[in-house]
Design a protein. Sequence first.
Length: 329
Amino acid sequence: MSVRFELEDSFFRDETRDGFAVPGLMKRCWGAQLRVLEEFDRICEKHGIRWFAFCGTLLGAVRHKGFVPWDDDVDIAMLREDYENFLGVAPLELPEGYLVINYDEDDHEYDCITRVNNSRTVIFNEERASQFCGFPFPAGLDIYPLDYVVGDPAERKEHRDLHYKIYQTTELCRKLLGGAGPLVDKDGKRLDPSEMIAEISMITGYEFDLNKDIIRQLNVLIDLTDSINTADESEFIANIGHLTFEGEHMMFPKECFNHAYEVPFESGRIYIPCGYEEILSRNYGSNYMIPVTASPHDYPYYAKHQKVVREYMKKNPGAVPDKWAEEYL
């Protein structure tokens, strides 16, 4: 199967879904994301790389046969091997203008997931409008690596604690670089990143080069430690970040990802993991088929881009043609 979406003009009209008003601009956002998904799938199909709808996109596929009405992004999951394979070929395969955004491809990115975007900036022109459903803001998808998790609760806790310790050190370093000044823990004890780095080095055996980007090295170490378990010794699969910060309902029997099903999604079809019922029940509860209006992040995400453009227009009148300003700002 090749992922393709036939988006008629009627798709981009304002609509109410499950009692939630979805404006036309959000529909254009969805359309732009689906165009990125098509390119993503093209690369995966060419190189034999598996992927699955995940999180809100999986819920939307099963419950709505499309986007959750109050969701504004596309979430994808890959087993670690497929994730690494994709990262190896994507920079060479993606069309001009597309971006692979993660700490390995972008010096300013320190997230242990990958984003594939059609741009980093707002672009107002007819060519882009034609290509991305008239949506001028950056659009793309988030890719979460899935790693193996052991069944023993004590070992699992050690794994989660290590992830948190490295993450906490990364965030501390980032805040200090941003000029936040001395930071303290919940007990008021001053946090020292050099001591924390030394402790992490002792636990993991990882040798840090203090003359190079420490934050990037910490992120590399998170990936290394997240992927330390093998399929033979593990019973579960999880995105270790989700497992660490959200809890053990975010880990799933590894058999859930043995293969994929094709299911309808908007005007096309996408892949979902064979154990989708187990995944959704653990993630959202046994009543996951009952819609509950909620969004886990700022909605819509493109509001921040609109704000930036409005501020720019105040200082540079006429910089954005009236046609675009009236429709999108």
